[in-house]
Design a protein around this ligand. Sequence first.
Ligand SMILES: C[S@@+](CC[C@H](N)C(=O)[O-])C[C@H]1O[C@@H](n2cnc3c(N)ncnc32)[C@H](O)[C@@H]1O
Length: 310
Amino acid sequence: MKILKEKSREYKGNSYFKYKVNIPEGALNRAHLKEGEELLITAEPGELLLFAKNKKKQEFDGIRSKLYREALMKYPEARVEDIEVMKKYLAPKKGERILEIGAGSGFFSRHISELLGSEGRLIVSDSSLEQLEEIKKLGKDNIDVIQFVQFGSEKVDLEKDKVDAVWSLGAMHHMFKKSKSFENLSRITKKGARIVIADVFSGSNLAKHFDDKVAKFCIVGHEVAFWSKEYAESICYLNGFSKPKFHDLDIKWKFKKKEDIGFFLYKLHGMTKTTPTNCLKGTEEILGVQKKGRSYYLNWPLTLFITYKK
Ligand SMILES: C[S@@+](CC[C@H](N)C(=O)[O-])C[C@H]1O[C@@H](n2cnc3c(N)ncnc32)[C@H](O)[C@@H]1O
């Protein structure tokens, strides 16, 4: 099919055009779209994507998003060490402008927003509108919410007020175009800005846990692209960032009862194709659980890297 150009109107001496393509009926049917439906468009070199607003389901929509939220609400103590990691390595300062990638239901967002204070700004992004709705409910004046349908392939419009720092934990392994995303980050960060990313790295026990258990039992599967230190270094090099410094974190998630670990992971990872008991069994084998005092600790070995805009 060809793109057809048609003049649509003349206004104050300027001509305006619209472009048409003939879409085969079969394609519309397969997409469950109808005549008259309102579409949004995203563009990339050589590619246009048309989609119905609020209908493009993301991996973290529906039951997956609901269970994720429930896990965090039911076990608010479990991830306290994650917050300490954010405070230590991102160390948000009053008045800064920070972008959070894959913010989910806002586990870190409310803490970051408090540390930035009323003069600061937190821009939270996620591909799932349902996850972002939870962040809107926090009702914080210094938080802006944006949806990336596929962060990395889309332009983030932050040209005027560039950011001081970028934070992302446990999200970027869902992104297949990391190099494109770093191109964007390079454009929207100030000179000297820090990028702090904590995520799952290939070869780690966490990667094993996700590939062996979550991919099999998660309601929406788990097809992802884990990081390697070499690749992280290459995309920093290619996009004007300093050589990243890596930290293999020794995070432990904390629970009152051993069974809670199974319930937490069952919900957090939407592993509805198995049982909480099996989730606990699998994780004990791969990640390891220890009892200290009255609490149980689950190893959660993320790797974090920091790089600065040159
Ligand atoms: C495991 S959750 C982590 C959420 C949050 N950072 C936390 O630690 O609780 C991963 C999040 O990444 C989001 N995500 C997946 N693909 C993404 C993309 N391409 N761009 C931005 N966010 C994405 C998901 O919707 C989900 O909310």
